[in-house]
Design a protein around this ligand. Structure first.
Ligand code: ATR
Length: 297
């Protein structure tokens, strides 16, 4: 964007709310997209450390006619109480990561769903049709991903979580919508290793492996990884987690969460600007730049 556009007030505000927001890559992604397309979008992170201020901030963003904003931890659920509408998928997941201002009203969606699917296809070259998938974890990310995989026609989705009851909640919700496709297991149940080992795809949605939990694999003891299995880790920092290292050594097809990070942002950018940005050149280029950056840090 040119200096002249700022001076003439042509800049459109977008942003991110959450806590913390200091280490986010989202401003880099959106401001790069804005520069490529010359659409005048300026994306800023807004940290909200006191949850009681969420309502005031949302009101202020509306007053400022922000084109839209992303929502990250810990406000993906809470934000629903402060916006004017929500689409069916975000409602069934119970989490919103993207809010768009349309005719003065805030609408919530969840671009983690399309973001994950697009990233998975691009990064692995594979799809989910008829496949048996093990999803590790049962938090917000798992909810979106299980829903996404069910929508892609997976044969079976096994949800494996430390807290069994949380996996059961997702099982119930997904089966209500898609038929008898999901099944919950406790991480420490004796059958979990066999369930994971016998599937085609493993997706990690837990924080195990990320900065602070480095060198910890989310897999329970006794899982055997096979050549040709696909292992996707939603963790992107570090680029290569303990899980991805083990999977690579076993000859699996592997991919890390940097793709999901980029494609969920691209989907939000498309919602706010109407500009299609998911091409290999653009989204792929941003992904490469992030991989270089993460490789250095
Ligand atoms: P997000 O919204 O990013 O998915 P979350 O809601 O905090 O994050 O979910 C994190 C998931 O990782 C949860 O399923 C959590 O298990 P519990 O439901 O038992 O809390 C899982 N998780 C976090 N730390 C873990 C650990 N040390 N071992 C196993 N699972 C863990």
């Amino acid at each position: 964007m040119k200096l002249e556009d700022f001076v003439k007030g042509k800049a459109n505000l977008a942003g991110l709310i959450g806590n913390p927001v200091s280490h986010t890559f989202s401003p880099y992604i959106f401001n790069t997209l804005s520069k490529i397309f010359g659409c005048g979008l300026v994306y800023l992170p807004f940290g909200i450390d006191d949850p009681k201020r969420l309502g005031i901030v949302v009101k202020a963003l509306k007053e400022l006619s922000i084109v839209g904003f992303n929502v990250t931890i810990p406000y993906k659920q809470q934000i629903i109480g402060y916006i004017d509408g929500i689409d069916e998928e975000a409602e069934s997941i119970g989490a919103v990561n993207t809010v768009t201002l349309i005719d003065g009203r805030f609408y919530g969606t969840n671009t983690d769903i399309t973001g994950f699917i697009k990233a998975f296809h691009k990064q692995t070259g594979c799809g989910f049709g008829g496949k048996t998938v093990a999803v590790l974890g049962a938090g917000g990310a798992s909810r979106a991903i299980v829903q996404a995989i069910a929508g892609e026609g997976a044969g079976k989705i096994n949800i494996i979580n430390r807290t069994y009851d949380k996996a059961c909640e997702i099982e119930k919700q997904v089966n209500q919508r898609y038929g008898d496709i999901a099944e919950a297991f406790g991480l420490s149940s004796g059958i979990a290793p066999e369930i994971i080992s016998s599937g085609d795809i493993i997706v990690n949605t837990t924080p195990l492996g990320m900065h602070g939990f480095e060198d910890i694999s989310p897999l329970p003891d006794g899982v055997s990884l096979r050549k040709g299995m696909i292992v996707y880790d939603t963790v992107y920092r570090p680029l290569k987690t303990a899980l991805l290292n083990d999977a690579e050594s076993a000859g699996c097809i592997t991919a890390g969460g940097v793709g999901m990070l980029v494609y969920q942002a691209v989907a939000a950018f498309e919602l706010w600007t109407g500009i299609k940005a998911a091409s290999d050149d653009i989204a792929g280029g941003i992904m490469e730049a992030l991989i270089n950056e993460l490789g250095r840090s």
